[in-house]
Design a protein. Sequence first.
Length: 144
Amino acid sequence: MGRGRQGPADTALKEATADVALTLEQVVTGAPAGLPGGPDGSGEAGGAGGDVRWHVAVDHGSVALAAGPAPQGFDVRFTTDYATAAAIAQGLLGAQQAFAEGRLRVGGDVTALGRHHRAFAAVDDALAGVRAATTFPDAAASDA
């Protein structure tokens, strides 16, 4: 995130994360085969019903997104099933609603969410293009 020439979004992301060092991990259960972020970091889910993981590492203005589990562990982990993750990413379901319904679980240092809300919002904004370009196999058939 932020290769090449820096634009306004890159500058805002760098400023919002300048004093933050943390790792976020996303675990999606029941994902279709072939999705990036397999549990062994190979980039493939183990098969139908497999789990996929990816993480975002924030380190004082530097932000990196990678498939697989966070090598140094995570500070905050979000866990959902595939249908819920797809619905949230597509804007069909709010994360707060998914959390309230028990479809989104949050683990680790939950207080970091409040302490670093500005950084979380900037990372979310930076990932908008990734969400827009992402397709969701079998998401239409799921019950989101």
